[in-house]
Design a protein around this ligand. Structure first.
Ligand code: GLP
Length: 350
C-alpha cells in the first residue's frame, strides 16, 4: 500500500524524507540503504549531512547500493552517478568507500557488470530504498514497459529521459548518454521499505498514474502499489492531479483527529501493519474511496502507533471500520468485512 504525504513544497518534502531515512539509520546503524540520484533526493542528502555534522549520526557501518549509472561516462565525469553521489552525500558523511556500491559501467563486458551487481544484491537486504521518479514514471532507469520481474540490466534511455536529463549536461541533448545500467524493478521491490520523493509540475502525471492508475508496466512506478511499505512524498505541484479524496486517505493521529472528522460522513479504518486481514482490506478501501469520492471521506488510524484513538473507539480487534457522521460514531463493523458488506454499510450511512 502506498502512504501518500503531500507537502507544501520541496523543502518540506525533503524534511519528511529525512525523518524517515534518519529513523532507519538511527534504529539500525548497520543498515543497508538503496540510494538514488537526480535532483529529487538532493534536499534529503543535505539534511542527512547536516544531521551527521550536528548530531553525529554515523554511517561507518552503513552500506549503500545505488540504483543506476550512465554508460559512456568515465567514473570521474562530474555527471557520472558515482561523482554525483560523492559530491552530494558520500564525501560529507563517514560512510566507508568499500561499503558504497554503484553498478559499474566501465569496461567491455557490461552484462558481466550487471551479473555482478545482481549477485551482490541477491546477498543483501536493502532496508530502505530511496527513489525519485522520471516524468514518464520510470524508477531508477527502468523505462516504461520494463518487465516487473527485471533485475539489473543495460537500458536504452527513452528520448523523454534524455531530454529531461539534458539540464545536467549544459542543456545539450547530444551530451547525454543514451544508455545506462539500472537495478531492475524486482531489485527495487525487494527493499523492506521504500520512500519516493517527487516535486514540481512535470511529475504530476507520473504521480497520478503511480498512485491512482492501474498497476501496469507502462508506468514502472505503479508497481509500488504492490509493495507493503511505500511512502510517496510529494509537493503540492506534483500532487495537483490527485483527487482530493485520494489525498485524504491518510493516517490520522489523536492530535488532528477531531479537527479532521468534525463534519460530513467519514469512514475510518483501524489497522495494524502486521495484520494480514488489514492488508487484504486495504486495496478494497482504496477502491471504495474512489467509488464514493465526494460523498464519504476515508482515513486510516494505525492502532499500534495511536492506541489512544483505538481505545477511544473500543477497537479490540482489527481490522475495524468505523463510520462517523459529523464527528459522532454512527456505525461500525468489527473484524474483516467483505467489499459487499462495506458497500451496504456505506450506503446505510449516506
Ligand atoms: C534519472 C534517474 C532516476 C531519477 C530521475 C528523476 O533518470 N535515473 O533515478 O529518479 O532521473 O530525476 P529528478 O529527481 O532530477 O527529477
Amino acid at each position: 500500500m502506498i502512504k501518500l504525504i503531500v507537502c507544501k513544497d520541496y523543502e518540506e518534502a525533503s524534511d519528511k524524507a529525512a525523518e524517515i531515512v534518519l529513523d532507519v539509520v538511527k534504529k539500525k546503524p548497520d543498515c543497508t540503504l538503496g540510494l538514488a540520484t537526480g535532483s529529487s533526493p538532493v534536499g534529503l542528502y543535505q539534511r542527512m549531512i547536516r544531521d551527521h555534522e550536528e548530531n553525529g549520526t554515523s554511517y561507518k557501518d552503513v552500506k549503500s547500493y545505488n540504483l543506476d549509472e550512465y554508460v559512456g561516462l568515465e567514473v570521474s565525469h562530474p555527471e557520472s552517478y558515482y561523482s554525483f553521489m560523492h559530491r552530494n552525500l558520500f564525501d560529507h558523511i563517514d560512510i566507508k568507500e568499500e561499503n558504497v556500491h554503484l553498478p559499474s559501467s566501465q569496461g567491455d563486458d557490461l552484462q558481466k557488470n550487471c551479473d555482478l551487481y545482481n549477485a551482490a544484491l541477491a546477498q543483501t537486504q536493502v532496508d530502505l530504498q530511496v527513489l525519485g521518479i522520471g516524468s514518464n514514471g520510470h524508477i531508477g532507469f527502468n523505462e516504461p514497459f520494463t518487465p516487473f520481474d527485471s533485475v539489473t540490466h543495460i537500458v536504452d534511455l527513452k528520448q523523454s529521459t534524455i531530454n529531461d536529463n539534458a539540464r545536467f549536461f549544459d542543456n545539450d541533448v547530444s551530451k547525454v548518454p543514451t544508455q545506462a545500467i539500472t537495478m531492475g524493478i524486482s531489485n527495487v521491490m525487494a527493499a523492506r521499505k521504500i520512500v519516493l520523493i517527487a516535486s514540481g509540475a512535470n511529475k504530476v502525471d507520473a504521480i497520478y498514474k503511480t498512485i491512482c492508475g492501474p498497476v501496469s508496466e507502462e508506468v514502472p512506478a505503479s508497481v509500488l502499489q504492490q509493495h507493503p511499505d511505500v511512502t510517496v512524498i510529494v509537493d503540492e505541484a506534483a500532487a495537483s492531479l490527485l483527487p482530493k479524496e485520494k489525498v485524504k486517505v491518510e493516517i490520522l493521529n489523536t492530535e488532528v483527529f477531531d479537527d479532521v472528522v468534525r463534519e460530513g460522513t467519514v469512514l475510518v479504518d483501524f489497522f495494524a501493519n502486521w495484520c494480514g486481514p488489514c492488508k487484504m482490506l486495504s486495496p478494497v478501501l482504496e477502491q471504495l474511496a474512489q467509488q464514493y469520492a465526494g460523498k464519504i471521506r476515508f482515513y486510516k488510524v494505525d492502532c499500534d502507533a495511536d492506541q489512544g484513538l483505538a481505545q477511544r473507539f473500543g477497537v479490540t480487534s482489527i481490522p475495524n471500520v468505523v463510520i462517523l457522521k459529523d464527528g459522532q460514531l454512527f456505525d461500525r463493523s468489527i473484524g474483516y468485512a467483505s467489499k459487499d458488506q462495506l458497500v451496504a454499510f456505506l450506503e446505510n450511512a449516506l
